[in-house]
Write a protein that binds this ligand. Sequence first.
Ligand code: FMN
Length: 355
Amino acid sequence: MKGLFKNYKRLNLKNRFVMAPMTRCLCDRKGMPSRKLENYYLRRARLGFGLIVVESAAVNPYDAMGYMNGLQFHSKKHLKYWKGLIKKIKKNRTKVIIQLFHAGRLTVKKISKTTLAPSSLKPFNQSSFWRPNYKNSIVHFQTKTKFGKPKKISINQADTILNQFEKSCEYAMQAGFDGVEIHGAHGYLIHSFNSKETNKRLDKLKAHNFQFSIDLVKRCKKIIKDKILSYRLSIHMVDNSYIKYSSRNYDIPKLVRKLDQYGVNVFHCSELKAGTELFDSKKTLTQIVRAVTKKTIISCGNVLEGKQIKKIFKLGSNLIAFGRMSMVYPDLVLRFKNKKKINKRFTYDKWQKYN
Ligand SMILES: Cc1cc2nc3c(=O)[nH]c(=O)nc-3n(C[C@H](O)[C@H](O)[C@H](O)COP(=O)(O)O)c2cc1C
């Protein structure tokens, strides 16, 4: 537990508490944050988080959005807005990066005009909070409409999306973010390019070439330079939580080695339960990643207590990200510090009310 309060010199962080990215659906239709969302971030900065990863922000309004009223970050208007907020956040010596996002196949027509994916494969048929079972079909939790078959992305379309990420990086730097995080997790576009389960292509964008991720990292690195370039990855997908890890389907060590080589300086491991080997796996995601890189690792996923935190650090992680705990308890850092009661069995069915 004490380890969380140590500063982290490599990224110049005052402590090792990271606020995980969480889509709150508190923006207007153009992806501009509401006052409530602004206060939500400010409050957590004031209450001590060392690093805030701002929730997934769509890089275009056409095919990148996964959620209604989700954040977007692709225009000068977005840049100008965040410039103001970042200044206030930084007064607290909190660093802040923004997670850039493309939903890929995990969106519906009512939200994104077009649904694009490496291969024209419908999402898996597994329900979750985001994809409830409604009248015997898996639907989007907001629209209650079914997920369709995505269009296979063309090389040109892939290039357009890379340009959009690049532009968003430029805006992020101009706004004053300390870096960006590429959302390469949870089955969205980038993750779906990297796994053979969701990418059946045979061209240069085939799964284990990792070409899309590599090009993306190269382009972002040119702009980000020595600021934080984080890459979030997971084994699980929003439409397939219990997927077993198999390096034959998703060669994480090879991916991480490549991304390390091209300039990622933080790997953000999103796990179902950090510090625990799941589904017959011999290693946790943090261990798999640590075995092949010396860069900074953030671990996230159901982190609730001291013993677990100690174990995660021992496995090679440097920083711990808290998701729902940071949403329910804006003062989580102080609660840990003062050994105040934390209800670990909270439900988050009313998550939109937390501010
Ligand atoms: C409401 C909600 C929104 C989320 N949105 C995102 C997101 O925008 N980007 C992302 O990478 N993960 C997202 N996640 C996943 C969290 O970052 C985190 O990985 C997950 O909640 C597990 O950590 P926890 O047990 O500490 O909550 C979201 C989770 C929740 C509960």
